[in-house]
Design a protein around this ligand. Structure first.
Ligand SMILES: [Zn+2]
Length: 177
């Protein structure tokens, strides 16, 4: 081919029209399918990246489903997804239940009662959806079936009230009072 440089070119021809060169190419293509040897073609970087990413996420999902911890988080994040990773402190407090909440601090004997000063159980849901003292920070309570959609929506709008540290600071002061 390299010696034929300048005298070889590509052009479109009508298929299956009895053109000898095209018929010969078809013949060799069919022969290669039936009798050909495997040809090693290095995969492009983009394909490998996508392939490895898929393997990791599949393995992560399997681990996530088989885990005996994180039951509360799984209500909000039933399916693992790199896009759902966040450093938003409040959101992590809320979905994990591990944060400056009386119900959590009480478990570690850091507070004498698991209750909020309003009398309700001091869980994350109480402060975010229910407590009269945090009324200005309340969010719409999702149904059990909508928790994952709710989480994705909140994550998308991190710039809103959930993105500010104002609520976290308020909770910390509130929990310590
Ligand atoms: Zn309360």
């Amino acid at each position: 081919m390299s010696q034929a440089f300048g005298s070889v070119g590509l052009s479109w021809v009508k298929a299956h029209a009895g053109i000898p060169g095209n018929e010969l190419a078809d013949h060799y293509a069919k022969t290669a399918i039936c009798e050909g040897e495997d040809l090693f073609v290095p995969a492009p970087y983009s394909y490998l990246k996508k392939y490895i990413n898929k393997l990791i996420v599949t393995d992560w999902q399997r681990h996530w489903e088989g885990s005996h911890t994180g039951i509360r988080v799984r209500e909000y994040v039933p399916t693992v997804d790199l896009k759902l990773l966040t450093h938003n402190r409040l959101l992590l407090f809320l979905v994990s239940g591990h944060g400056p909440f009386p119900s959590y601090l009480f478990r570690f004997k850091l507070l004498n009662s698991p209750n909020c000063v309003c009398g309700g159980l001091g869980t994350p849901d109480h402060f975010v959806f229910d407590c009269p003292f945090t009324l200005n920070f309340h969010m719409t309570l999702p149904t059990d079936n909508n928790k994952s959609f709710w989480f994705k929506s909140v994550l998308k709008n991190e710039g809103s009230c959930l993105g500010s540290n104002k609520f976290v600071k308020f909770l910390i002061v509130f929990a310590q009072s």
